[in-house]
Write a protein that binds this ligand. Structure first.
Ligand SMILES: Cc1cc2nc3c(=O)[nH]c(=O)nc-3n(C[C@H](O)[C@H](O)[C@H](O)COP(=O)(O)OP(=O)(O)OC[C@H]3O[C@@H](n4cnc5c(N)ncnc54)[C@H](O)[C@@H]3O)c2cc1C
Length: 274
């Protein structure tokens, strides 16, 4: 839709060209959400897609994803990662958890997905499963890093202050070397995710940890950690320990249904990784 209150578009090419933040400003990346509903308070858009950030960088220590990496670019990466990064298929799997038309697939960015902080944020699922860490540029020109489970604080809320920009998401190699199992459920075949769970079993040399990412069903991402593969009773107990108020309620599922489905999917994941 047209955003007819917007008076100005700024397209910085470098960080020092970012304008001083003022009320009525919004960062725009893919614009798939910003242009999907009325934004009567917006006066100025700051387009970060011309900053020239490489969509991704493969390093010894892990994978750095620029905030402006699109869902399509992320999905394709599944086939381009080092062979010992056994979690590679998860990149594409999590992209498919997004209810995405052709246009969203091509233009939506991973930064936009994380910054919207919806429970159904599929890049949040990915980053939770793989211990993702966001680098945030503060409006005062400093920067900091924050784990994704601390970044998202609730349904559509996060730690970003006015003018903060997510620069990148880093996925560590130790997590990428893990073996993963992915499950998603929705009330309708093309419905928005009601629960997205991902299990990750690390190699013994990387600690042998089992991590279960519970997303979609909770208002903010939850990562349950175990020293190794848990028993089904230990898994059930850990899920029971998630505070009742964290189970999300909206048109895509009731809290009880989400909680029950999460328990079923968690058991399936455990069986797959056993
Ligand atoms: C039909 C439809 C279905 C959708 N389904 C889903 C779904 O299943 N799950 C889901 O999570 N979303 C869904 N969305 C919402 C949205 O399309 C996605 O979340 C998408 O990934 C957002 O990315 P974007 O680059 O288009 O963000 P934009 O629309 O450009 O921005 C989204 C928000 O993030 C802010 N922002 C963007 N990038 C940054 C940055 N780097 N730093 C700081 N702030 C930033 C913007 O200011 C804005 O508030 C859907 C949208 C539509 C229209």
């Amino acid at each position: 839709m047209d955003l007819d209150t917007v008076e100005e578009l700024v397209v910085p090419l470098r960080r020092d060209e970012l304008p001083v933040w003022r009320p009525g400003d919004a960062v725009i990346a893919g614009g798939t959400w910003l242009f999907s509903e009325a934004q009567p308070d917006l006066r100025r858009l700051i387009d970060i897609t011309a900053m020239g950030w490489a969509p991704y960088e493969i390093r010894d220590g892990g994978l750095e994803l620029a905030a402006t990496c699109t869902v399509e670019q992320l999905s394709r990466l599944s086939g381009q990662l080092p062979p010992d990064w056994t979690a590679a298929p998860l990149l594409h799997q999590c992209c498919t958890a997004l209810l995405a038309s052709f246009k969203i697939w091509k233009t939506a960015t991973i930064g936009g997905n994380v910054c919207l902080s919806l429970p159904a944020g599929s890049i949040i699922s990915l980053a939770t499963a793989l211990d993702g860490v966001a680098t945030v540029w503060r409006a005062d020109r400093s920067q900091y890093t924050v784990g994704i489970t601390d970044f998202v604080t609730g349904a559509a809320t996060n730690v970003l202050g006015a003018g903060d920009i997510v620069r990148s998401i880093f996925l560590p190699a130790a997590a990428l070397r893990g073996k993963t199992a992915y499950r998603k459920i929705a009330l309708a075949p093309l419905g928005r995710s009601g629960a997205v769970l991902v299990g990750r079993l690390d190699r013994p040399g990387d600690g042998g940890t089992f991590a279960l990412a519970v997303t979609g069903s909770t208002t903010r991402p939850v990562s349950l950690r175990f020293a190794g593969l848990p028993t089904t009773a230990e898994l059930d107990d850990a899920l029971d320990g998630i505070p009742a108020q964290l189970w999300h309620a909206d048109a895509h599922g009731t809290p009880d249904w989400r909680r029950a489905m999460s328990a079923v999917l968690a058991r399936q994941i455990r069986a797959e990784l056993q």
